[in-house]
Design a protein. Structure first.
Lengths: 200, 558
C-alpha cells in the first residue's frame, strides 16, 4: 500500500540553536543534532482509502479530502500534546496568515495521532485556539485507521509520545509530496509553499 | 534568615546567658512565622509561574521562540508542560527534555552519569558547567545554556522581572526533594484503599489479588540495592521489598479524608495502588490530589468525571459516565425514531444515580424527554418489579441496577421493545437477567469484547488459578492484577528515581506501549488524560441462555 520513493534531498535548514555541549557519552547528542535541521525530501505516497471524521463531525474519505484540487499542507498532531504540537500548530497558524487572499486556495489538514481522545469536538476547540480558518480542518478516526493514515505518510512511531515534527506539502493531486522533517519557521514554510506552487 | 540568627544573638554579649536564651527563643518565635510566610509566598509565585504560567502581577507568562513569530502565553507557556510536574523532564519523539530541578542544574560537572551522584532520569546532562542563579536566569530569558550555547529550539525565551525570576529559581531549587515518603533503601510502601460502601465480595477479590501480587513480587531476591550511578550498575533492577498497607475507611464519607490523612501520617506510602470504592470515590480522589500522592487505577464505578483536570489519580475508565455516553450515542444514532421518551430506573444514592444523571444531561439537549423512577435505598428487591408498572409502551427503558435487583424484575412486559442496562453495575455477561428480558436488552459494555480480550485476560486467569485465588469478580480482579502489573512496569522504568510525581509521569508515558491490557483494547494517557480506556460497545445476548454476547455497535468513543 505504501509506495514511497526518496527522490531528492533538496535543502537542509539550519537553525542557530540547540541544547547542550555534547560529548561521545551523551546518548542524546545525535538526537539534538537531528533536531537542528529541517530536512526536505520529495516523496511519493499512495493514499489509503480510509474514512476520517472531520472536526465538524462529518465522516469523509481521506483521498477525497486531499484530492479536491487545492494544494495540501498536512501535519499530524494531538490535542493534549504539550511540546511539539503547539509549535507545529502555531507555525500552521502563522503560515495561514501569511497566505493573505491565497488562503482560500489551500487546504490545510491536521490529522490526530491520538484519535480516541481527540473527538471532533475537542479538535474543533483545538482549531479555534489556533484560529484555524475555513481552509484548515482537523481530522480524527478510529485508532486503527489513524495508524493506517500515519503509516501511509511514514510518520508512525508506535505511540503518540514518540512522534516527530513533520510537515507534508503537495501542489496538486498526483504530484509528489514535499516532506519537511524537523521544525521549520512559518517564513520558510511559506517560501517552500510558494516555490512548490510556482513550479506548477 | 535563620543563617543570620547566631550573629544577631551574639551581638548581645553583655546580656546574661539566660536572657540570651530567652531572647533567642523570642526572636525565633517572632521570626519563624515571618520567614515561613515569606518563603511560602515566594514559592507560591514560583509555583504559579512554573505550573500555570502566571506571573506575580497576575499577568500571563509570555514565551517567545527563536523563530521570532511564534509565542505562547499563560499555561501554554508554562514550564510544566515540557519539564513536567516533577521537574525531571520528559521525552517527546527524539527530543529529550532535561530535568530542571536544582540538583540537576547546579551539580558539579561530571564526565558521565556514572560519576554523577544523582538518580537517573532520561534527559540527564552530566557534562555541563554547573548553572548559577545568574546563568539560569540567562537561560530562561535568553535561551543560552550555562556555557553560553543556545538551548534547544523547543525552549522559548521568557520575559519576567527579577523578583519573579528569583521566585521561579527558588521554586526549581525546592521542586525535587529526593525520595518520596514511603521509600526506604530496601522497601517501597504502597497502600490500597477500601471504602465502606464498596461491595464486600469484590473488595475481598481485589485484596486476594493484590496481596498475592505483592507476595509473589517479594519472593524475588531482595536486598539493599546498589546506587545506580554507572552504566554497568544500571543493569541491576532497583529491586526493593513491596510493603502493602490496607487502608479500610469507615463511617460516613465526610470523615474519610481525615482518616486517610491519619493513615498517611502513620504509614507513609509512595503511592496508592488499586483499591475499591462504591458510589462515592470523590473524597479519596480529593485526598490524593491534596496529599500529592499517586492513586493508580482504583476499582470505581463513578470516578470524578472531571478528573482530567487533576494529576495524581489515574483510572481505567469513566465507569457509569462512559456507559451513559455509550447509551446516549447508540440511542441517538441507532434508535433515533424511538428515542423521544426515556425512563431510567436506579437506586437512590448508588452509582446508577450518577450514570442516570449523566445520561439525562446528554439526552435532554437533544430533545429527548427523560424521567427517572427511583428505588429507595431500603426498598426490598421483591418490590423492584413495581417500578416497571408505570412505564408506558414505547418508552425506552434504561436500567442502572445491580444483579440482585435485576434478578427481581420478573418477566419482561412485551411492551418494552428497547431496553438498555448498565453492564458495569449489572454484572456484564454474567448478569442474572431473566430470559424474557435478554432478547430486548442491550448492555452498555465499557470493555473489550470477550473474544478480543481472551489473550489479555487469560494470563491473569491462569495466574489466579496457580495462586489458588477464587475468582469472585473477574473484571475487578483482572483490573487489580493489571494495576499491579502497570505499577511494576512503571517502576522498572524509573531506575532508582522514586519520586511520586515522576511515577505518574512515567506511567502516562509507558502505558501506551503495554500490549497485555486485560479487559481493555488499549490504554493511553497523557497530561490532561486521566482515563486510560476511552470507549466501549453496546452488546446484547446472542440467545436467551448462556453468556455469549454480540456487539450491536462498533467500538464507540462517546
Amino acid at each position: 500500500m505504501i509506495n514511497r520513493q526518496c527522490v531528492l534531498i533538496t535543502i537542509v535548514y539550519l537553525f542557530a540553536m540547540t541544547a547542550y555541549a555534547h560529548n561521545g557519552e551523551d546518548e542524546h547528542a545525535n538526537h539534538h543534532e537531528m533536531q537542528q535541521k529541517a530536512t526536505l525530501t520529495t516523496v511519493d505516497y499512495t493514499l489509503p482509502r480510509i474514512k476520517l471524521v472531520r472536526d465538524d463531525g462529518k465522516t469523509v474519505s481521506l483521498p477525497d479530502e486531499l484530492n479536491d484540487g487545492r494544494p495540501v499542507i498536512l501535519n499530524f498532531i494531538y490535542t493534549t500534546c504539550k511540546a511539539v504540537c503547539p509549535i507545529s500548530s502555531q507555525t500552521f497558524s502563522k503560515f495561514q496568515s501569511k497566505l493573505g487572499d491565497d488562503v482560500k486556495k489551500v487546504h490545510m489538514v491536521s490529522i490526530s495521532i491520538d484519535p480516541e481522545q481527540d473527538t471532533p469536538e475537542r479538535l474543533a476547540d483545538y482549531a479555534r485556539k489556533f484560529k484555524a480558518g475555513q481552509q484548515w480542518q482537523h481530522y480524527t478516526a478510529t485508532a486503527e485507521v489513524s495508524v493506517i493514515a500515519q503509516r501511509a505518510f511514514d510518520v508512525y512511531h508506535g505511540d503518540k509520545m514518540s512522534h516527530t515534527p513533520v510537515v507534508l506539502l503537495r501542489a496538486a493531486p498526483s504530484k509528489p509530496w514535499l516532506r519537511i522533517d524537523g521544525f521549520i519557521s512559518a517564513d520558510d514554510l511559506y517560501q517552500e509553499y510558494k516555490t512548490l506552487i510556482s513550479a506548477q | 534568615m535563620f543563617r543570620n540568627l547566631p550573629q544577631i544573638v551574639w551581638g548581645f554579649r553583655t546580656v546574661s546567658t539566660l536572657c540570651m536564651v530567652t531572647m533567642t527563643m523570642l526572636l525565633i518565635a517572632l521570626m519563624a512565622p515571618v520567614s515561613y510566610a515569606s518563603d511560602e509566598a515566594i514559592n507560591h509565585v514560583g509555583e504559579n509561574i512554573y505550573r500555570k504560567g502566571i506571573l506575580s502581577s497576575g499577568e500571563m507568562l509570555e514565551a517567545k521562540y527563536e523563530d521570532g513569530g511564534l509565542h505562547m502565553t499563560g499555561a501554554d507557556a508554562s514550564c510544566v508542560k515540557c519539564h513536567q510536574h516533577s521537574g525531571l523532564g520528559s521525552k517527546e519523539g527524539r527530543i529529550s527534555i532535561p530535568p530542571i530541578t536544582g540538583r540537576y542544574l547546579f551539580h558539579p560537572r561530571a564526565s558521565s552519569n556514572g560519576y554523577l551522584d544523582l538518580p537517573y532520569v532520561e534527559g540527564i546532562r552530566p557534562d555541563h558547567e554547573p548553572y548559577t542563579d545568574a546563568t539560569l536566569a540567562r537561560a530562561i530569558r535568553e535561551g543560552l545554556n550555562s556555557e553560553g550555547k543556545p538551548l534547544n529550539y523547543l525552549m522559548p525565551q521568557y520575559s519576567m522581572n527579577d523578583a519573579d525570576m528569583a521566585a521561579l529559581i527558588d521554586y526549581l531549587k525546592r521542586l525535587d526533594h529526593g525520595k518520596s515518603p514511603g521509600v526506604t533503601d530496601t522497601v517501597l510502601h504502597f497502600a490500597t484503599i477500601i471504602t465502606p460502601d464498596a461491595d464486600p465480595v469484590k473488595a475481598g477479590g481485589m485484596l486476594d489479588v493484590i496481596t498475592n501480587y505483592f507476595a509473589v513480587k517479594n519472593t524475588f531476591p531482595i536486598g539493599a540495592t546498589p546506587a545506580l550511578r554507572s552504566t554497568r550498575k544500571m543493569m541491576f533492577m532497583a529491586n526493593r521489598h513491596w510493603q502493602l498497607h490496607v487502608w479500610r475507611l469507615s463511617g460516613p464519607a465526610a470523615g474519610w479524608q481525615k482518616q486517610l490523612e491519619q493513615h498517611l501520617v502513620e504509614e507513609p506510602v509512595m503511592a496508592v495502588v488499586s483499591g475499591i470504592g462504591g458510589a462515592n470515590w470523590a473524597p479519596v480522589h480529593a485526598f490524593c490530589e491534596q496529599a500529592a500522592i499517586p492513586c493508580l487505577f482504583p476499582n470505581v464505578e463513578a470516578p470524578p468525571a472531571d478528573a482530567d483536570q487533576d494529576f495524581y489519580s489515574l483510572y481505567f475508565t469513566k465507569g457509569v459516565f462512559l456507559e451513559a455516553g455509550l447509551i446516549a450515542n447508540n440511542l441517538l444514532k441507532q434508535d433515533s425514531e424511538k428515542a423521544s421518551q426515556v425512563v431510567q430506573i436506579y437506586r437512590a444514592g448508588d452509582s446508577g444515580e450518577q450514570g442516570a444523571r449523566a445520561l439525562t444531561a446528554l439526552l435532554a439537549p437533544r430533545g429527548v424527554t427523560v424521567r427517572d423512577s427511583v428505588l429507595t435505598k431500603d426498598m426490598s428487591a421483591s418490590d423492584v418489579a413495581k417500578a416497571l408498572r408505570d412505564v408506558a409502551a414505547g418508552e425506552v427503558l434504561v436500567l442502572w441496577l445491580r444483579p440482585a435487583d435485576l434478578a427481581s424484575l420478573g418477566n419482561a412486559p412485551d411492551a418494552f421493545s428497547t431496553v438498555y442496562m448498565s453492564g458495569l453495575l449489572g454484572g456484564l455477561e454474567r448478569t442474572p437477567l431473566q430470559s424474557s428480558w435478554r432478547k430486548h436488552t442491550q448492555l452498555a459494555y465499557p470493555f473489550d469484547l470477550p473474544e478480543h480480550r481472551r489473550v489479555g485476560v487469560d494470563f491473569a486467569r491462569g495466574w489466579f488459578s496457580i495462586r489458588r485465588i477464587p475468582v469472585v469478580d473477574e473484571q475487578v480482579q483482572a483490573d487489580t492484577y493489571l494495576a499491579c502489573g502497570l505499577l511494576a512496569e512503571a517502576l522498572s522504568h524509573m531506575a532508582d528515581t522514586f519520586v511520586r510525581d515522576y511515577l505518574v509521569e512515567r506511567m502516562q508515558t509507558m502505558i501506551e506501549h503495554r500490549i497485555v491490557t486485560g479487559y481493555y483494547p488499549r490504554l493511553t494517557l497523557a497530561s490532561g488524560q486521566r482515563f486510560a480506556s476511552k470507549g466501549g460497545y453496546i452488546v446484547q445476548f446472542s440467545s436467551d441462555k448462556g453468556r455469549n454476547i454480540v456487539p450491536t455497535s462498533e467500538w464507540i468513543r462517546p
